[in-house]
Write a protein that binds this ligand. Structure first.
Ligand code: ADE
Length: 227
């Protein structure tokens, strides 16, 4: 799949998107992430992409013209499954959304900045608005990086053991079971005996019970038990 990202702060994205699993997925040609500097689409001699809001409220607003030029240019090269705007008032990002976006071919993400963007961009150019949680970031770049990470690790082959993406917390609306490695005892703290027993079926039963218990205790909302 390919993800194009339009931003005024390319340097904020380059680090997180070019290391570890995301880098490996790109090296293996499983995913391509292309970052576009919105200022390259400005016609202003100072490469400005923001202006004062009509109506006199505080803060600067991202202008429609450079955004439209950038999106139109990219749309002339490929068909996008979604054109996403990162915003605290969007739909909250979650695992089912990551799953379905990981099955698309081309995504375009516009990172919000300043006080906001000209509303006509949202009305006419954007197909989906996504928030990564109920808090306000200084811009949409970190939200875009979070989404890329969650989406790309799901592409078959992106992480070593394909099973491990399927056993993630949230994949079946349950938190993951506790996991341990050697030594079996440290400081007198022992790994649960069942995990050392070699009984695969019993181990899986225990893992499922622990998943349900942890979910009930920590995230009862996932089981519909939070009322
Ligand atoms: N931009 C600012 N805050 C954000 C959030 N919580 N999610 C996505 N984009 C944002």
């Amino acid at each position: 799949m390919r993800i194009d990202i339009i931003t005024v702060l390319p340097e904020l994205l380059e680090g997180p998107l070019n290391c570890s699993i995301l880098k490996r997925a790109q090296d293996k040609k499983l995913a391509e992430i292309v970052i576009h500097n919105l200022r390259d689409y400005s016609t202003d001699k100072h490469r400005r992409v923001d202006d004062y809001p009509f109506g006199g409220t505080a803060g600067m607003v991202m202008q429609i013209e450079p955004v439209d030029r950038a999106i139109s240019h990219l749309k002339s090269q490929r068909k996008y499954d979604e054109i996403i705007y990162t915003s605290p008032d969007g739909e909250t990002f979650n695992q089912p959304m990551a799953n379905s976006l990981s099955m698309t071919e081309n995504l375009l993400i516009l990172c919000g900045h300043y006080k906001g963007i000209d509303y006509r961009i949202r009305e006419h150019l954007i197909t989906k608005e996504i928030s990564i949680g109920d808090y306000v970031l200084t811009g949409g770049e970190l939200a875009a990086a979070v989404m890329c990470d969650a989406i790309i690790r799901l592409i078959p082959g992106a992480i070593g053991d394909e099973q491990s993406a399927l056993s993630d917390s949230f994949q079946d609306n349950l938190l993951a079971a506790p996991i341990y490695t050697r030594p079996a005892e440290y400081n007198g703290w022992r790994v649960p005996d069942i995990l050392l027993s070699g009984h695969q079926r019993k181990i899986e039963e225990w893992q499922h019970e622990m998943s349900v218990e942890r979910t009930r205790r920590l995230r009862p909302d996932l089981l519909g038990e939070d009322e």
